[in-house]
Design a protein around this ligand. Sequence first.
Ligand SMILES: Cc1cc2nc3c(=O)[nH]c(=O)nc-3n(C[C@H](O)[C@H](O)[C@H](O)COP(=O)(O)OP(=O)(O)OC[C@H]3O[C@@H](n4cnc5c(N)ncnc54)[C@H](O)[C@@H]3O)c2cc1C
Length: 460
Amino acid sequence: MFSRSFLFAVLSSTAFLHSVSFVRGYKIAVIGGGIGGTATAYFLRNTLDPQPQVDVFEENEVGGRLDLSTLSGFQYELGGSIIHPRNKHVVELVNRLGLEHRSDPPFSKTSFFDGKEIVFEDSSWTVVDLAKMAWRYGPMTLYKANKQLQDMLGHFDRIYDIQESGDCFANVSELLSAMSPTFPAMTQTSADTIEDLSAEFMREIVGAALRVNYGQYSANATKFVTFVSLAGSEGGLWAIDGGNKRLPYALLAAADAFLIPHKVRKVERSQDERYLLHWDQVSDTYDAVVVAAPFDGTLELPSNMQASVRPMEGIWVTLIEASAVNSSYFGRPVSDVIAVGLAWFNSIGRVWPVDGRTPDKPVYKIFSAEKPSRQLLESVFVDVGQVEQHHWLAYPHYDWSKNADASFQLGPGLWYNNAIEWTASAMEMSLVGAKNAANCAAKHLGLALKQPEPIDKDEL
Ligand SMILES: Cc1cc2nc3c(=O)[nH]c(=O)nc-3n(C[C@H](O)[C@H](O)[C@H](O)COP(=O)(O)OP(=O)(O)OC[C@H]3O[C@@H](n4cnc5c(N)ncnc54)[C@H](O)[C@@H]3O)c2cc1C
């Protein structure tokens, strides 16, 4: 007979864990516990048959660039905040996991600031807005901008059927081509090549959309990311009640994957052609690996399976309690302001708590490249209260002239979801990357793909 301590030693050894995983099936590592990594775990566990074991590594907090900040007892979105109604992966997962939609009250009035003065203002009455915009930019420009945007969204919609059928793409340009043969070129040409739009429209509306959504100017941005920004200016935008961060947590729970709260330092090829991951003082072997975070050079990968480190845009998010925006700073009364020219901020907008309550004092969110001082904030706002500030490496710095194609597949059974971010960064794009990784894992490991089972929401 074996002693109890011997049995315990055997049960806790890595060799035993491997033999268990062999009985259970394949074992896959997901590096990164943001929306992309947790969705990868969800798709791997719920659509692959037989179900693999999945370990999710997260060095910080689950949710990554989806996070909340608290002011006077109310929570606000600090990172990714709005979801487009045509983001079908998000919509479907939110419904499946029993989360609720939340829509903030519409902006009352948005002013466009060129660094010196307000150059244009829209009102809360849509018909008036359209008339004002048609007057300023010309009706044909508005028609053509909208037509090009709707055509692009229509082509983008094709990805859902393509991914449903199980297709897997080794690189981003192949995935984009499957949606539309025009898409790959749109990621490598400048926003300035967009045809038939007036110079004012490009400078003010397109410039504002890029500034608000990606903190960047149209001169460097790609045509693709410019249209994604314009889509972010459409109506019907929503968020998840209680905070968008609830989705990665719910995905992880529904995946029933192991969360390993550590930074993976190194991925190397094992002798049996699997992957050996190193974290803390521990190593373990996996049949496949998915990297679900922007590659920043701190994760060592096999030398022949590299992803390039690309620059990310640093953004300060400031949440500030204040009675109002100071009208004398802008020369007239304003509420929400978007910079379309030289200004220290990208945008200033009233925000609402993630639980739909109304705070005692209004709260504004400012996006800026530099951290604004309290003194500056007190000149822009009236009666300033609490302030919370956070710096993000928020999204890629887009440069159409350097935007080469990126590979999802770095090696056999090794995928890089965030290659897709250099096409456009958004929650939905991370989910497209996640579904692609799951489809590729199924192909690589010879597993069947199935529809996910209904979820027992009480267990989440
Ligand atoms: C301020 C801001 C506003 C935004 N607004 C919007 C918006 O309105 N709508 C929208 O759709 N998108 C928006 N985005 C973009 C959106 O938030 C991101 O595209 C999305 O959240 C990226 O998710 P991800 O899982 O791919 O990456 P991340 O969220 O970055 O997750 C990666 C995770 O991996 C972890 N990690 C990295 N390396 C390792 C390692 N070696 N070992 C273990 N863990 C590791 C990190 O800690 C991180 O948690 C915004 C982003 C920011 C910052």
